[in-house]
Design a protein around this ligand. Structure first.
Ligand SMILES: Nc1ncnc2c1ncn2[C@@H]1O[C@H](COP(=O)(O)OP(=O)(O)OP(=O)(O)O)[C@@H](O)[C@H]1O
Ligand SMILES: [Mg+2]
Length: 295
């Protein structure tokens, strides 16, 4: 009887669809169409006040994969640690940085833009100077809108601008959220992943209320996912229960290729182009284009 039923479902092509790690049917997002012209850029902040969740890794590798798909990408290092700059092989001494633009010491934004080793991917670097910015900006008029004003000069040249935020909800992050059209929240698939996300979502809502009515949550990205551990699977399940379709279908696996690529100061797409880690970020790029978060 059951064998017979199997035969029937097989014949009708009705076998249960394969589920992805977020519990939704696995699907392939289409390769984005080539763009005929570029800009104006959509600005996306990679934000989570929790440290070490994959903000910088995502800025680097999403930037690189969108660039592979022909998008013109500008990555903004908005963390005084300068990890984005280092991860893309850009040295940050004696160069114009985002700090100089924020403080108005350099008014021409293009003077701070540097190419990276990846075609179509540029960066505005940061270094430890940026740690003084919050103190200096606190007495400025419209202190939350300074980054937005800086970026306005170059939005026409890019399709997407990614802002790699520091792990805090201070004035720099408020500037990033005020400048952004969308936010992507990377979440590490670890026990305390959801702690603090409510506060972050509340902060985004306040920014929407008071400073940037158009800001949207583009998605929550599960990172450092280890499909072999029950723990990782449970955390991801809880994240999906809490945030539903706001959780991106793409999940970034935990692999040593990411720290290895950081040491090599290159995106995984350059360091290990065929590895699943590179494919994870290509899928993220395709999903964000598919969802309309990127042109
Ligand atoms: N999918 C992954 N698998 C394994 N290691 C990863 C993965 N993603 C990031 N890492 C590593 O985890 C560490 C933290 O990642 P990353 O710097 O991207 O986080 P972050 O959120 O930017 O941290 P911070 O809050 O300090 O800026 C780095 O050493 C990075 O190489
Ligand atoms: Mg970082």
């Amino acid at each position: 009887m059951s064998a017979q039923r199997e035969d029937v479902t097989e014949l009708a092509g009705l076998e249960a669809p394969k589920l992805g790690p977020t519990g939704r049917p696995l699907r392939d997002f289409p390769v984005p169409k080539k763009l005929r012209s570029h800009g104006p850029a959509r600005i996306i902040a990679l934000c989570n006040q929790k440290g070490g969740v994959g903000k910088t890794t995502t800025s680097i590798n999403l930037g690189a994969t969108l660039a592979e798909y022909g998008r013109k990408v500008l990555a903004i290092d908005f963390d005084p640690q300068g990890a984005l700059s280092a991860g893309l092989g850009v040295q940050t001494h004696d160069v114009t940085t985002i700090y100089d633009l924020l403080l108005g010491a350099q008014r021409d934004v293009t003077a701070a833009i540097l190419p990276t080793g990846v075609e179509n991917l540029d960066i505005i670097p940061a270094n430890i100077d940026l740690s003084a910015a919050e103190v200096h900006l606190v007495n400025e008029v419209a202190r939350e809108q300074i980054l937005a004003r800086v970026l306005r000069q170059v939005t026409d040249r890019y399709d997407v601008i990614l802002i790699d935020c520091q792990p805090s909800l201070g004035l720099l992050t408020v500037n990033a959220l005020t400048a952004a059209h969308g936010v992507v929240i990377p979440l590490e698939c670890e026990y305390f992943a959801l702690r603090g996300v409510a506060l972050l979502v509340e902060t985004i809502e306040k920014i929407r209320d008071r400073l940037n009515p158009a800001i949207t949550l583009d998605g929550i990205l599960a990172t450092m996912y280890d499909s072999r551990t029950l723990h990782s699977r449970e955390v991801l399940q809880r994240v999906v229960e809490a945030f539903g379709d706001q959780v991106l279908e793409t999940v970034i696996a935990r692999t040593v290729k990411f720290p290895d690529a950081s040491v090599a100061a290159a995106p995984v797409t350059t360091f290990a182009p065929e590895h699943t880690s590179a494919e994870n970020y290509r899928q993220l790029a395709r999903e964000l284009v598919f969802r309309g978060a990127v042109a």
